[in-house]
Design a protein around this ligand. Sequence first.
Ligand code: AMP
Length: 196
Amino acid sequence: MRLILLGPPGAGKGTQAQRLVEKHGIPQLSTGDMLRAAVQAGTEVGKRAKAVMDAGELVSDAIVNAIVAERIDQPDCARGFILDGYPRTLVQADAVEAMLAERGIALDTVVELVVDDKALVGRIVKRAEDAKAAGQPVRKDDNPAVFEERLREYYKKTAPLIGYYYAKGKLKTVDGMASIDAVTAEIGKVLAAAAK
Ligand code: AMP
């Protein structure tokens, strides 16, 4: 199964992706996680991405496309994968389509988590508090000021993908404001129906 989770920052893509990993035994490919690992490791990509990420803006298409192209060739992706936070621009969406076509594989479904913007800032603040309480590092971009920029980037550059995938007949929408378990159940239903 090849799946894209679409939705603004804080919509719950990461949480739902982890549940799908457990259920389907395929990896979660989070470009945010990959970029944070590159920043942590001090690689060339990490050095180029750090300031952009800290400002809540999008890293260049060329960088993220290259990261994903390399990652999907790893053996654990052979049975499928869940793209979380990628693609985030129309250029990236075209790139992923080309990547999959080159490999003779297709995208199955795009699940959009529909959420209420006003609730998102609260979720982000909570995510930062939870990380702190658990003794984990708090993401530098999980604060209200940077979050607003991330949300603006989403509406400017990522939201057009909703129409892009709708036109391709791939888009399924799920109410992301329901409880985590209810969202998981709804995604399960949507995927089961899409597989028929
Ligand atoms: P995330 O963990 O998905 O919220 O991503 C954190 C940050 O990483 C974003 O605000 C961007 O700066 C960067 N990033 C992650 N994925 C992408 C992507 N597909 N395209 C561009 N930038 C990305």
